[in-house]
Design a protein around this ligand. Sequence first.
Ligand SMILES: NC(=O)c1ccc[n+]([C@@H]2O[C@H](COP(=O)([O-])OP(=O)(O)OC[C@H]3O[C@@H](n4cnc5c(N)ncnc54)[C@H](OP(=O)(O)O)[C@@H]3O)[C@@H](O)[C@H]2O)c1
Length: 282
Amino acid sequence: MKVAILGNGWIGNRLKDHLGGEMIPGKALTISGLDRIVSEMRPDVLINAVTHNEGSNVDACEINPSAVLFANSYVPLLAAEVALRNKIKLVHVSSGCIYGGGSVPLGEDDPPNFFDLYYSRTKVYAESALVPLAEKFGFLVVRLRIPLDNRKHPRNLLTKLISYRKVIDEPNSITYLPDFLCAVEALLREDAWGLFNVVNDGTLRYPDLMEVYKKYCPEFEYEVTTLEDLGLTRTNIVLDSSKVSKYWTARNINWVLDDCVREYLERRRSDVFEAKERTSVA
Ligand SMILES: NC(=O)c1ccc[n+]([C@@H]2O[C@H](COP(=O)([O-])OP(=O)(O)OC[C@H]3O[C@@H](n4cnc5c(N)ncnc54)[C@H](OP(=O)(O)O)[C@@H]3O)[C@@H](O)[C@H]2O)c1
């Protein structure tokens, strides 16, 4: 299966490395421009992992709202139209941050209800256009929720929490990225279509992740705080992963924490070692 990926960022590159795909060069700006590249590449699957966040987080989306709307809402439609014209499968990477409130697990059929962040609204606009097409044209929409990874990245939950040193204590659904990659692979293998919450089973309370980190780095200190004290607009939710579980066994998020932290620290040590080696050679 030949995979082309739009969105040369964090998630796009993790998908590319895992699925052995090829990155679409440049920016998708017009149907004709993207169509020309896709028809030359001739992929079986087009994955849209585009977003615009001013290189930061969801709050930064307010800085340049037009660019965010273009990347999060218009580019998915562009990609869908190009997938239709080339008769190929579209995979759109969406987000669980379109729901707010409560500990009742939310399924794919629950309508979005969190509109307090502009980023969330732009993700809702894209989903509302793509989900109706999914059934007829076999498109796949996969929702990530607070990605946790075993390698350093500014948007990896672990990297963020160890730099903030202040964490909230609310249960949340989490997507462990190494598991997400396997889930997307399984969904593609089975030619699954429609909307999927791709989250791990169970919920994570951030102090539990911090305690695992402390086990390996005993000098690390953190404190528990509240969203009110942080003054942030955020959503804490539980997503139901039973639909995706028919294709991929979702591990409980609490079972992956030890592996995640250990591998994260091993990679960080080898990155530091390589950087020192490079400096001494230079
Ligand atoms: N990271 C998270 O916490 C998270 C959580 C849930 C869902 N998601 C979803 O996961 C997807 C990927 O996010 P990410 O974290 O990988 O973001 P990212 O690292 O910022 O990557 C997004 C990439 O899209 C590129 N891009 C922007 N406009 C484009 C266009 N018109 N054509 C082609 N490429 C364009 C960006 O390029 P420039 O940087 O040059 O603009 C960037 O390389 C998004 O759909 C996002 O909503 C992410």
